[in-house]
Design a protein around this ligand. Structure first.
Ligand code: FNR
Length: 192
């Protein structure tokens, strides 16, 4: 069984990005499990807090990522860039720096996101790239999933109900899983 850890970068109960992550887990192909991780409970990064000890939420999440085959980052877009809460969580996950190779180096990573605007988090996803490069991760570029006008495709319970978007999510996760398995995914032409 391949395990992908998914992280949604919003704390909102009705978060479209958390809903998108749940859809990715639901639509993952056989043999692929998307584990839903959480950034809830991770404090604001503070070097003094770190001196006293890395928070338990951070250590637990780090270990889940270190044991996973890949990381799926589901990012909101705030002011045409990445959201601070998710960057804060990632910053904690890179402490202490001596753990970065074990947790991040060469680990496959895919970006997806949902926004209520038309851009579908394209700018947030682009803003993550230098972060992933700095951590020497292996980004998946074989498909794109920038889900725009999210309020139109989820129902009130946060279930992805739009058939076209369900197909795109399903193709995206399958292509990412192929990339994790083989290092060279087929291009998914429909997932533009
Ligand atoms: C937004 N939103 C937003 N959307 C977008 O497409 N581009 C943007 O630059 C921004 N900027 C932005 C800034 C801030 C501070 C907030 C709170 C929101 C709207 C955003 O897409 C929307 O709130 C989503 O619902 C956020 O994701 P979750 O919480 O639903 O996962």
């Amino acid at each position: 069984m391949m395990t992908l850890v998914g992280l949604a970068g919003s704390l909102r109960q009705q978060s479209y990005n958390a809903a998108l992550l749940r859809a990715a887990a639901e639509l993952a192909p056989p043999g692929v499990q998307v584990e839903i991780g959480s950034i809830r409970g991770i404090p604001l990064y503070d070097g003094d807090v770190e001196e006293a000890g890395i928070p338990a939420e951070v250590t637990a999440l780090k270990e889940r990522i270190a044991q996973a085959d890949g990381l799926l980052v589901v990012t909101p877009e705030y002011n045409h860039s990445l959201p601070g809460v998710l960057k804060n969580a990632l910053d904690w996950l890179t402490r202490p720096p001596s753990d970065i190779p074990r947790v991040f180096h060469h680990r496959p990573v895919a970006l997806m996101g949902a926004s209520v605007g038309r851009g579908g988090t394209a700018l947030a996803q682009a803003a993550w790239l230098p972060v992933l490069r700095g951590l020497r991760m292996r980004p998946f570029f074989g498909a794109r999933l920038e889900l725009s006008e999210a309020h139109r495709v989820f129902d009130a319970q946060g279930h992805l109900v739009d058939e076209e978007q369900r197909r795109r999510v399903s193709e995206f996760v399958a292509a990412f899983a192929d990339f994790v398995r083989t290092g060279s995914p087929p291009l998914v032409s429909s997932a533009s």
